[in-house]
Write a protein that binds this ligand. Structure first.
Ligand code: CP
Ligand code: NVA
Length: 307
Protein backbone atom coordinates (compact mmCIF):
# COMPACT_ATOMS: atom_id res chain seq x y z
CA UNK A 1 0.00 0.00 0.00
CA UNK A 2 1.00 3.65 -0.29
CA UNK A 3 2.63 4.65 2.97
CA UNK A 4 1.06 7.55 4.79
CA UNK A 5 4.24 8.20 6.81
CA UNK A 6 4.10 11.45 8.72
CA UNK A 7 0.66 12.45 7.44
CA UNK A 8 -2.38 13.57 9.43
CA UNK A 9 -5.89 12.12 9.33
CA UNK A 10 -8.14 15.06 10.21
CA UNK A 11 -10.95 14.13 7.82
CA UNK A 12 -11.42 11.25 5.39
CA UNK A 13 -10.83 13.43 2.37
CA UNK A 14 -7.22 13.66 3.54
CA UNK A 15 -7.04 10.22 1.85
CA UNK A 16 -7.32 9.28 -1.81
CA UNK A 17 -9.52 6.36 -2.83
CA UNK A 18 -6.41 4.22 -3.28
CA UNK A 19 -5.04 5.19 0.12
CA UNK A 20 -8.35 4.31 1.76
CA UNK A 21 -8.44 0.95 -0.02
CA UNK A 22 -4.84 0.31 1.03
CA UNK A 23 -5.69 0.97 4.69
CA UNK A 24 -8.69 -1.36 4.54
CA UNK A 25 -6.60 -4.10 2.92
CA UNK A 26 -3.98 -3.74 5.63
CA UNK A 27 -6.66 -3.80 8.35
CA UNK A 28 -7.98 -7.10 6.95
CA UNK A 29 -4.46 -8.57 6.89
CA UNK A 30 -3.85 -7.45 10.48
CA UNK A 31 -7.11 -9.02 11.60
CA UNK A 32 -6.20 -12.28 9.84
CA UNK A 33 -2.77 -12.28 11.50
CA UNK A 34 -0.99 -12.20 8.12
CA UNK A 35 1.15 -9.22 9.12
CA UNK A 36 2.28 -7.93 12.52
CA UNK A 37 4.04 -4.55 12.28
CA UNK A 38 6.01 -3.55 15.35
CA UNK A 39 6.88 -0.12 16.77
CA UNK A 40 8.87 -0.65 19.99
CA UNK A 41 9.63 2.61 21.73
CA UNK A 42 6.97 4.58 19.82
CA UNK A 43 4.42 6.54 21.86
CA UNK A 44 0.92 7.64 20.89
CA UNK A 45 -0.58 10.55 22.84
CA UNK A 46 -4.32 10.46 23.56
CA UNK A 47 -5.76 13.94 24.08
CA UNK A 48 -9.47 13.37 24.68
CA UNK A 49 -11.78 16.20 25.76
CA UNK A 50 -14.87 13.98 25.50
CA UNK A 51 -15.68 10.53 26.89
CA UNK A 52 -14.65 7.46 24.91
CA UNK A 53 -14.59 3.70 25.37
CA UNK A 54 -13.97 2.19 21.92
CA UNK A 55 -11.67 4.81 20.43
CA UNK A 56 -9.51 5.20 23.53
CA UNK A 57 -9.17 1.49 24.23
CA UNK A 58 -8.78 0.35 20.62
CA UNK A 59 -6.00 2.88 20.00
CA UNK A 60 -4.32 1.89 23.26
CA UNK A 61 -4.48 -1.84 22.59
CA UNK A 62 -3.35 -1.38 18.99
CA UNK A 63 -0.22 0.42 20.25
CA UNK A 64 0.46 -2.17 22.96
CA UNK A 65 0.09 -5.04 20.48
CA UNK A 66 2.66 -3.38 18.19
CA UNK A 67 5.10 -3.02 21.08
CA UNK A 68 4.50 0.71 21.51
CA UNK A 69 2.90 2.67 24.32
CA UNK A 70 0.31 5.38 24.90
CA UNK A 71 0.34 8.41 27.14
CA UNK A 72 -2.92 9.78 28.48
CA UNK A 73 -3.15 13.54 27.90
CA UNK A 74 -6.66 13.91 29.28
CA UNK A 75 -7.30 17.65 29.85
CA UNK A 76 -8.20 16.96 33.48
CA UNK A 77 -4.63 15.82 34.18
CA UNK A 78 -2.71 18.18 31.89
CA UNK A 79 -2.43 21.95 31.64
CA UNK A 80 -4.78 21.79 28.65
CA UNK A 81 -7.66 21.69 31.13
CA UNK A 82 -6.36 24.87 32.81
CA UNK A 83 -6.31 26.78 29.55
CA UNK A 84 -2.72 26.50 28.29
CA UNK A 85 -2.91 27.65 24.66
CA UNK A 86 -3.31 24.82 22.19
CA UNK A 87 -0.52 26.18 20.00
CA UNK A 88 1.94 25.92 22.91
CA UNK A 89 0.72 22.47 23.92
CA UNK A 90 1.03 21.24 20.34
CA UNK A 91 4.61 22.45 19.95
CA UNK A 92 5.67 20.81 23.21
CA UNK A 93 3.89 17.47 22.71
CA UNK A 94 5.31 17.34 19.18
CA UNK A 95 8.73 16.88 20.81
CA UNK A 96 7.64 14.05 23.11
CA UNK A 97 5.25 11.71 21.31
CA UNK A 98 5.40 10.08 17.87
CA UNK A 99 1.73 10.61 16.99
CA UNK A 100 -1.35 11.99 18.71
CA UNK A 101 -5.04 11.12 18.58
CA UNK A 102 -7.32 14.01 19.56
CA UNK A 103 -11.01 13.95 20.50
CA UNK A 104 -12.46 17.42 20.83
CA UNK A 105 -15.34 19.67 19.85
CA UNK A 106 -14.12 22.06 17.15
CA UNK A 107 -12.50 20.77 13.98
CA UNK A 108 -10.58 24.07 13.90
CA UNK A 109 -8.81 23.15 17.17
CA UNK A 110 -7.68 19.88 15.60
CA UNK A 111 -6.47 21.81 12.55
CA UNK A 112 -4.63 24.31 14.76
CA UNK A 113 -2.88 21.48 16.57
CA UNK A 114 -1.90 19.84 13.27
CA UNK A 115 -0.59 23.15 11.93
CA UNK A 116 1.71 23.49 14.96
CA UNK A 117 2.97 19.89 15.09
CA UNK A 118 5.08 17.82 12.72
CA UNK A 119 3.91 14.46 14.08
CA UNK A 120 0.86 12.66 12.65
CA UNK A 121 -2.35 14.07 14.15
CA UNK A 122 -5.41 11.79 14.09
CA UNK A 123 -9.02 12.89 14.45
CA UNK A 124 -10.45 10.66 17.19
CA UNK A 125 -13.83 12.47 16.81
CA UNK A 126 -14.83 16.10 16.51
CA UNK A 127 -18.26 17.66 16.17
CA UNK A 128 -17.63 17.62 12.41
CA UNK A 129 -16.14 14.21 11.71
CA UNK A 130 -15.27 10.73 12.97
CA UNK A 131 -13.01 9.30 10.27
CA UNK A 132 -11.56 6.42 12.35
CA UNK A 133 -15.10 5.12 12.86
CA UNK A 134 -15.71 5.04 9.12
CA UNK A 135 -12.55 3.00 8.53
CA UNK A 136 -13.96 0.26 10.76
CA UNK A 137 -17.43 0.61 9.21
CA UNK A 138 -16.10 0.08 5.70
CA UNK A 139 -13.95 -2.83 6.87
CA UNK A 140 -17.09 -4.43 8.34
CA UNK A 141 -19.06 -3.94 5.12
CA UNK A 142 -16.22 -5.42 3.09
CA UNK A 143 -16.10 -8.47 5.37
CA UNK A 144 -19.82 -9.01 4.93
CA UNK A 145 -20.03 -8.59 1.16
CA UNK A 146 -16.47 -9.20 -0.13
CA UNK A 147 -16.51 -5.84 -1.92
CA UNK A 148 -17.48 -2.21 -1.39
CA UNK A 149 -18.03 -0.59 -4.78
CA UNK A 150 -21.67 -0.72 -5.80
CA UNK A 151 -23.08 -1.45 -2.32
CA UNK A 152 -25.65 0.88 -0.75
CA UNK A 153 -25.39 2.18 2.81
CA UNK A 154 -28.37 3.91 4.40
CA UNK A 155 -27.70 6.10 7.41
CA UNK A 156 -30.75 6.90 9.55
CA UNK A 157 -30.91 9.68 12.14
CA UNK A 158 -28.97 12.85 12.83
CA UNK A 159 -26.76 14.35 10.11
CA UNK A 160 -23.85 14.44 12.53
CA UNK A 161 -20.10 13.75 12.67
CA UNK A 162 -20.57 10.02 12.02
CA UNK A 163 -22.84 10.72 9.05
CA UNK A 164 -20.35 13.22 7.63
CA UNK A 165 -17.44 10.79 7.69
CA UNK A 166 -19.58 7.96 6.32
CA UNK A 167 -20.58 10.14 3.39
CA UNK A 168 -16.96 10.93 2.53
CA UNK A 169 -15.74 7.37 3.12
CA UNK A 170 -18.53 5.82 1.06
CA UNK A 171 -17.89 8.31 -1.72
CA UNK A 172 -14.19 7.42 -1.79
CA UNK A 173 -15.01 3.69 -1.76
CA UNK A 174 -17.70 3.85 -4.46
CA UNK A 175 -20.49 2.95 -2.01
CA UNK A 176 -23.89 4.55 -2.70
CA UNK A 177 -24.93 6.48 0.39
CA UNK A 178 -28.43 7.53 1.42
CA UNK A 179 -28.81 9.82 4.42
CA UNK A 180 -32.30 9.82 5.97
CA UNK A 181 -32.76 12.63 8.51
CA UNK A 182 -35.60 14.76 9.77
CA UNK A 183 -35.79 18.19 8.15
CA UNK A 184 -33.29 20.64 9.66
CA UNK A 185 -31.02 17.80 10.80
CA UNK A 186 -29.38 17.16 7.43
CA UNK A 187 -25.60 16.90 7.10
CA UNK A 188 -23.78 20.17 6.42
CA UNK A 189 -24.23 21.31 2.80
CA UNK A 190 -20.47 21.63 2.29
CA UNK A 191 -19.94 17.98 3.36
CA UNK A 192 -22.71 16.83 1.02
CA UNK A 193 -21.15 18.79 -1.82
CA UNK A 194 -17.71 17.38 -1.08
CA UNK A 195 -19.08 13.82 -0.91
CA UNK A 196 -20.77 14.30 -4.30
CA UNK A 197 -17.51 15.58 -5.75
CA UNK A 198 -15.53 12.65 -4.35
CA UNK A 199 -18.14 10.13 -5.54
CA UNK A 200 -18.13 11.55 -9.05
CA UNK A 201 -20.08 9.21 -11.30
CA UNK A 202 -19.05 6.09 -9.32
CA UNK A 203 -21.76 6.31 -6.66
CA UNK A 204 -24.75 8.36 -5.53
CA UNK A 205 -25.07 10.60 -2.50
CA UNK A 206 -28.75 11.10 -1.62
CA UNK A 207 -30.35 13.05 1.24
CA UNK A 208 -33.99 12.39 2.09
CA UNK A 209 -36.44 12.67 5.01
CA UNK A 210 -38.08 9.42 3.82
CA UNK A 211 -36.61 6.70 6.00
CA UNK A 212 -38.57 3.88 4.37
CA UNK A 213 -37.64 4.76 0.80
CA UNK A 214 -34.02 5.19 1.91
CA UNK A 215 -33.98 1.69 3.41
CA UNK A 216 -35.33 -0.18 0.39
CA UNK A 217 -32.75 -2.63 -0.93
CA UNK A 218 -29.94 -1.20 1.23
CA UNK A 219 -26.99 -3.46 2.02
CA UNK A 220 -26.23 -1.71 5.30
CA UNK A 221 -28.54 0.14 7.68
CA UNK A 222 -26.59 2.41 10.01
CA UNK A 223 -27.62 4.67 12.85
CA UNK A 224 -26.16 6.74 15.67
CA UNK A 225 -27.58 8.55 18.70
CA UNK A 226 -30.12 11.29 18.08
CA UNK A 227 -28.19 13.72 20.31
CA UNK A 228 -24.40 13.62 20.27
CA UNK A 229 -21.92 14.49 23.00
CA UNK A 230 -22.32 18.19 23.73
CA UNK A 231 -26.02 18.12 22.69
CA UNK A 232 -27.34 16.39 25.81
CA UNK A 233 -29.65 19.31 26.68
CA UNK A 234 -31.39 18.92 23.28
CA UNK A 235 -32.13 15.22 23.76
CA UNK A 236 -35.70 15.62 25.10
CA UNK A 237 -36.70 18.06 22.36
CA UNK A 238 -35.19 15.87 19.67
CA UNK A 239 -36.86 12.61 20.76
CA UNK A 240 -40.29 13.24 19.14
CA UNK A 241 -38.71 14.69 15.98
CA UNK A 242 -36.56 11.58 15.51
CA UNK A 243 -39.13 8.98 16.62
CA UNK A 244 -39.48 7.48 13.10
CA UNK A 245 -35.72 7.43 12.55
CA UNK A 246 -35.16 4.10 14.22
CA UNK A 247 -33.64 0.86 12.92
CA UNK A 248 -36.20 -1.83 13.71
CA UNK A 249 -37.42 -5.08 12.17
CA UNK A 250 -39.80 -3.24 9.84
CA UNK A 251 -36.99 -1.22 8.27
CA UNK A 252 -34.72 -4.28 8.10
CA UNK A 253 -37.55 -5.98 6.19
CA UNK A 254 -37.32 -3.28 3.50
CA UNK A 255 -33.56 -3.64 3.08
CA UNK A 256 -31.66 -6.28 1.08
CA UNK A 257 -32.33 -9.77 2.54
CA UNK A 258 -28.59 -10.05 3.32
CA UNK A 259 -28.40 -6.54 4.79
CA UNK A 260 -26.27 -5.79 7.81
CA UNK A 261 -27.10 -3.49 10.72
CA UNK A 262 -24.41 -1.15 11.97
CA UNK A 263 -24.15 1.31 14.89
CA UNK A 264 -21.00 3.12 15.97
CA UNK A 265 -22.01 2.79 19.66
CA UNK A 266 -22.75 3.81 22.34
CA UNK A 267 -26.41 3.01 21.54
CA UNK A 268 -29.68 3.98 23.16
CA UNK A 269 -31.84 0.87 22.80
CA UNK A 270 -35.45 1.79 22.09
CA UNK A 271 -34.49 5.15 20.56
CA UNK A 272 -32.41 5.08 17.36
CA UNK A 273 -32.32 1.25 17.32
CA UNK A 274 -34.39 -1.52 18.88
CA UNK A 275 -32.98 -4.22 21.10
CA UNK A 276 -34.11 -6.80 18.51
CA UNK A 277 -32.21 -5.03 15.72
CA UNK A 278 -29.06 -4.80 17.81
CA UNK A 279 -29.13 -8.43 18.82
CA UNK A 280 -30.73 -9.91 15.68
CA UNK A 281 -29.14 -11.95 12.90
CA UNK A 282 -28.49 -8.91 10.67
CA UNK A 283 -26.43 -7.11 13.30
CA UNK A 284 -22.67 -6.82 12.72
CA UNK A 285 -22.33 -4.23 15.48
CA UNK A 286 -19.89 -6.22 17.62
CA UNK A 287 -17.63 -7.05 14.64
CA UNK A 288 -17.79 -3.37 13.76
CA UNK A 289 -16.63 -2.41 17.26
CA UNK A 290 -13.81 -4.99 17.07
CA UNK A 291 -12.73 -3.60 13.71
CA UNK A 292 -12.01 -0.22 15.30
CA UNK A 293 -8.84 -1.83 16.64
CA UNK A 294 -7.74 -3.44 13.37
CA UNK A 295 -8.51 -0.38 11.27
CA UNK A 296 -6.71 1.99 13.66
CA UNK A 297 -3.74 -0.35 13.91
CA UNK A 298 -3.53 -0.18 10.12
CA UNK A 299 -3.73 3.60 10.28
CA UNK A 300 -1.03 3.84 12.96
CA UNK A 301 1.23 1.41 11.11
CA UNK A 302 0.93 3.52 7.99
CA UNK A 303 1.33 6.93 9.66
CA UNK A 304 4.32 5.70 11.69
CA UNK A 305 5.99 4.32 8.57
CA UNK A 306 5.88 0.66 9.65
CA UNK A 307 4.50 -0.58 6.32
N1 CP B 1 -17.85 4.77 18.47
C1 CP B 1 -17.01 5.43 19.29
O1 CP B 1 -16.24 6.29 18.87
O2 CP B 1 -17.11 5.04 20.58
P1 CP B 1 -16.42 5.75 21.81
O3 CP B 1 -17.10 7.09 21.98
O4 CP B 1 -16.68 4.83 22.97
O5 CP B 1 -14.96 5.93 21.52
N1 NVA C 1 -22.30 11.20 17.20
C1 NVA C 1 -21.80 10.63 18.43
C2 NVA C 1 -20.78 9.59 18.14
C3 NVA C 1 -20.20 8.93 19.35
C4 NVA C 1 -19.17 7.90 19.01
C5 NVA C 1 -21.22 11.74 19.29
O1 NVA C 1 -20.52 12.60 18.75
O2 NVA C 1 -21.49 11.74 20.48
Amino acid sequence: MNSLTGRDLLTLNDLSSDELTGLLDLAAKLKAGEVAPQCPGKVLGLLFSKASTRTRVSFSVAMYQMGGQIVDLNPSVTQVGRGEPLVDTARVLDRYVDAIAIRTFEQSDLQTFADCAEIPVINALTDLAHPCQTLADLQTMHEAFGQLAGLTLTYIGDGNNVAHSLMLGCALAGVHVRIATPENFEPLPEITELAKQLAGDRSDVVLTPDVKAASEGAHALYTDVWASMGQETEADDRAPIFADYQINDKLIGLADPESIVLHCLPAHRGEEITEAAMEGSHSRIWDQAENRMHAQKALLASLLGLV
